[in-house]
Design a protein around this ligand. Structure first.
Ligand SMILES: [Zn+2]
Length: 385
């Protein structure tokens, strides 16, 4: 087999397996796995683990106290010492509470598979499994050890998995993230905004609004002025957005507000902008005399800058062409665990998962006919690494 025919051969093996891919997706989706409910999440974890086990990979279930267990799966092609490591990254948790299936059942309609977590991102895990099948079947010369990491808390900020992800990423030459792609053309994500959440709490002084207004320090007024300040930081063309999306404060209409609070969504496309916003946040000072500010939080995931993805994307594009498939790229406004690995400077390519739409919504779905080619693309990247 010539080098350039490997991707085409992988695709050829995977095309006839579409139905099997769909039934595995069904099995994964029927095992509801909300991030916040450990026992159901663990059941899903066990079902996923079993599939990898069947394929002869080394499966380690990393026990978690409050979240579903994480899965680390290691596979290498030959007995010889592998020349490096590739990391395939994803999560099996979903944003849907137990019982969602009752009103949003798994179903196939018009070539689309609907159901909670189909697109984000159980189809991605299915594609990775079949990618491994195809690699085993073609006996493609995969030179590197491949570690698949399926975590249980991506949708709630990856608190329990972050260290594990970063440790595996540091050992890897490249990271492939099986988060959903974007749009009907299945664009890969070669840049992602950094994401954060900050809180501004204003402490003022309560007083009777009629009898002694001069003795009060109005926390709501102070907060309003601070928010007007923050609004100036927005620069959508640079990829910076700062939004006060939740506010609360005060007690009664005739009491000068003693306390007010805002929760701010932060996004930035560049690392330098992220740092700048954090600096500005810490530098906020009260405008009204007597008011006091308390600032909490900040960025949780740093931006994934395009330079970290560029070379991998070029390779993916070439491999896709060899399969007769065209792929494109995009910038994602939301973060993923790809942000964590990219922040370490490890080449990261995201959005390699399913093609579909409606993540986190009632019409979440996957376009089923694209599953084999997506699996083939991942397999080709692993064989090429
Ligand atoms: Zn996801």
């Amino acid at each position: 087999m010539t080098e350039s025919s490997v991707p085409a051969a992988l695709l050829q093996i995977l095309q006839p397996r579409l139905q099997q891919m769909v039934s595995m997706l069904r099995a994964f989706v029927l095992a509801e796995s909300p991030s916040l409910e450990k026992s159901p999440a663990d059941r899903c974890c066990a079902i996923v683990a079993e599939e990898w086990h069947k394929r002869g990979a080394r499966v380690e279930r990393l026990a978690q106290k409050h979240r579903g267990d994480h899965l680390r799966i290691t596979w290498q092609a030959q007995k010889s010492r592998p020349a490096g490591q590739l990391l395939v990254l994803g999560h099996y948790d979903t944003v849907y509470a137990i019982g969602t299936l009752a009103k949003m059942p798994f179903r196939i309609s018009g070539g689309k598979a609907y159901g909670p977590g189909t697109f984000d991102m159980k189809a991605g895990i299915v594609q990775a499994l079949f990618a491994l099948d195809a690699l085993q079947q073609t006996q493609a010369a995969v030179r590197k050890r491949v570690v698949f990491l399926w975590t249980s808390d991506e949708e709630i900020g990856s608190e329990s998995s972050r260290k594990l992800i970063e440790t595996e990423a540091r050992r890897s030459d490249a990271v492939f993230v099986l988060e959903p792609s974007l749009g009907p053309r299945g664009l890969l994500k070669t840049a992602r905004k950094g994401v954060g959440e900050a809180e501004i709490i204003v402490h003022g002084r309560a007083s009777h609004a009629g009898l002694a207004p001069e003795q009060g320090v109005n926390a709501v007024h102070e907060l309003a002025r601070q928010i007007a300040r923050l609004e100036q930081w927005n620069d959508l063309r640079r990829g910076i957005s700062v939004n006060a999306d939740v506010i609360e404060g005060g007690t009664r209409v005739n009491v000068v507000a003693e306390r007010a609070r805002a929760v701010i969504d932060l996004r930035a496309l560049r690392l330098s902008d992220m740092r700048q916003i954090e600096k500005r946040l810490r530098a906020l000072r009260p405008i009204k005399r007597g008011a006091r500010l308390e600032i909490r939080g900040g960025f949780n995931r740093a931006p994934m800058e395009r330079k970290v993805s560029a070379a991998l994307f070029a390779r993916a594009k070439l491999l896709a062409t060899q399969m007769g498939v065209t792929i494109g790229e995009c910038v994602a406004g939301g973060g993923s665990d790809g942000n964590l690995t990219a922040a370490l400077g490890i080449p990261t390519l995201d959005g390699l998962g399913a093609v579909g739409d409606g993540a986190h919504s009632g019409h979440e779905h996957v376009v089923v006919k694209t599953m084999p080619e997506r699996a083939a693309l991942l397999a080709a990247l692993l064989a090429d690494g």
